[in-house]
Write a protein that binds this ligand. Structure first.
Ligand SMILES: *Cc1c(COP(=O)(O)O)cnc(C)c1O
Length: 479
């Protein structure tokens, strides 16, 4: 379709077309994916659609016009704050998702730091472990704040002493994860909170992933180190309702210990010809549907429902982790706190990315990590049904890879290995930028999702690979 059809197509026909295209997508309903979709089944999805549909046209931009949405937002914030052990001083807003909930605190704390200065703040800095979600890197870039990374220990937790050493007069904030996206590991929040408090620096806990799961994991009796508003130095927390809150996409929360922090993220412009303008977050128009659906999800699932969900997730996760560690050569990274974890290979003859390729041949959608190379799992209750099949395919994949060393240097495994290990990161960046141009350029060249078949890998991957190899060779020759 290169232009809008001259004559509108009957709705029924359009809907049929829409439905047809879904065939090209990954099928999340068979529970063979471990990211992107948080799915509880059709019944819950239909319920969310109803709630979303009821407020489909409403706009959260103007709370005076849609008091209903203001109420839902207020209640979602209060429910989230209480779940995360905040008192009634905690203030917050709903956002469009985790990324927005990460962007806003960087803006707020930068503005706050500026507001308090006699001598201008030249180069604001934020401190974060290397494992922090990429949304924070994006925030640093967007808001011109220097990202100062600290390493993580062998358990993938932020190095507390390194954080202490990196603090200087330009530091506007510290951020850490509960838990981290790559490894599902909680950073030493209590210790970081002490440091933040003693230096008077704001401290954000990124609980986008864990905010609606960890509190229930803790209630089930698992060991969960303090990560929320109970830690005195924590000044803000982000938690995504559209992840483990099992709401419709487009819903997250960012909460501040009190309004004095949050007010720095508000945008007000009184001189616009279009009228006096004020907005609490990033977006202008805010879809009422996602706000209403978030409210609906929290109310319908309830504390008992979330506890059941957490129980199933933790049981499933326990079985998967035990099964993975029982496979010769595989090891879970760190001590994951909840239903998110990664595993690597400790056997030189077993390339973990090649194992990933074998899993994809069996129809699994596999997420690869780097630094260190590993495979990723994010568990929902539906995965209870696939534990045995996954472990069987994994075991089989490991054996195949062990007996076919060339699998490590061919196909996707080679590409991912190259992307992860080519020393010239600028080169990787350049190649990815090229892919982005192709993907979003006027031709829209689609990189094919790995199909799991034996066909040759994506030509772009091959290009990337050969560019990387050439660069390595040039390096070796010393030119
Ligand atoms: C998912 C995630 C984000 C970003 O959330 P989006 O909803 O994808 O924008 C940020 N931090 C963590 C820890 C996450 O898991």
């Amino acid at each position: 379709m290169k232009s809008i059809p001259e004559k509108g197509i009957p709705r029924k026909e359009v809907l049929d077309k829409l439905k047809g295209f879904a065939r090209e997508d990954v099928n999340y309903r068979d529970n063979k994916i471990f990211s992107l979709v948080y799915y509880l089944g059709e019944e819950h999805t239909d319920f969310l659609k109803q709630a979303y549909g009821m407020y489909f046209s409403e706009n959260g931009l103007n709370p005076m016009a849609f008091r209903s949405l203001k109420r839902f937002e207020h209640e979602v914030v209060r429910m989230s704050a209480s779940l995360l052990n905040g008192d009634d001083q905690v203030a917050g807003v709903m956002t469009s998702g985790g990324t927005e909930s990460c962007l806003l605190p960087v803006l707020a704390y930068r503005e706050m730091a500026r507001a308090g200065r006699v001598i201008p703040l030249r180069r604001p800095e934020m401190i974060a472990p290397e494992t922090i979600h990429v949304a924070w890197e994006k925030a640093a870039k967007y808001f011109n704040v220097k990202m100062v990374h600290v390493p993580v220990d062998s358990d993938c937790r932020a190095d507390v002493n390194a954080v202490r050493r990196k603090i200087n007069r330009n530091t506007i904030m510290i951020v850490a994860s509960a838990p981290s996206y790559p490894h599902g590991v909680i950073d030493p929040i209590a210790q970081l909170g002490e440091i933040a408090l003693s230096h008077g620096i704001p401290f954000h806990v990124d609980s986008c992933l864990g905010g609606f799961l960890l509190p229930f994991v803790e209630r089930l009796g698992y060991e969960v180190p303090p990560f929320d508003f109970r830690v005195p130095g924590v000044t803000s927390i982000s938690a995504d309702v559209h992840k483990y809150g099992f709401s419709a996409k487009g819903a997250s929360t960012v909460l501040y210990r009190n309004i004095d922090y949050m007010k720095h993220q508000f945008y007000i412009y009184a001189d616009w010809p279009g009228g006096v303008f004020a907005s609490p977050a990033l977006l202008g128009t805010r879809p009422g549907g996602s706000i209403a659906a978030a409210w609906a999800a929290l109310n319908a699932i309830g504390m008992d429902g979330y506890l059941d969900i957490a129980r199933t997730i933790m049981d499933t996760t326990g079985k998967l982790k035990a099964g993975i560690e029982a496979i010769d050569g595989l090891k879970i990274l760190g001590k994951p706190a909840m239903g998110v974890f990664a595993y690597k290979s400790e056997d030189r003859d077993v390339n973990i990315f090649a194992v990933g390729d074998q899993l994809e041949k069996k129809g699994w959608l596999v997420d690869r990590l780097q630094k260190p190379d590993a495979l990723h799992c994010m568990i929902t209750p539906r995965h209870a049904a696939i534990v045995d099949q996954y472990l069987e395919n994994l075991q089989g994949g490991v054996e195949i890879v062990r007996h076919n060393p060339k699998l490590a240097t061919s196909g996707n495994a080679a590409m991912y290995g190259m992307i992860a290990h080519v020393p010239l990161r600028a080169l990787v960046n350049k190649q990815v930028a090229k892919m982005m141009d192709e993907l979003y350029g006027p031709q829209c060249i689609m990189p094919s999702l790995s199909t799991g078949s034996d066909q040759d890998s994506d030509p772009r991957a091959v290009k990337l690979l050969s560019a990387g190899l050439n660069a390595l060779n040039r390096l070796k020759k010393g030119s």
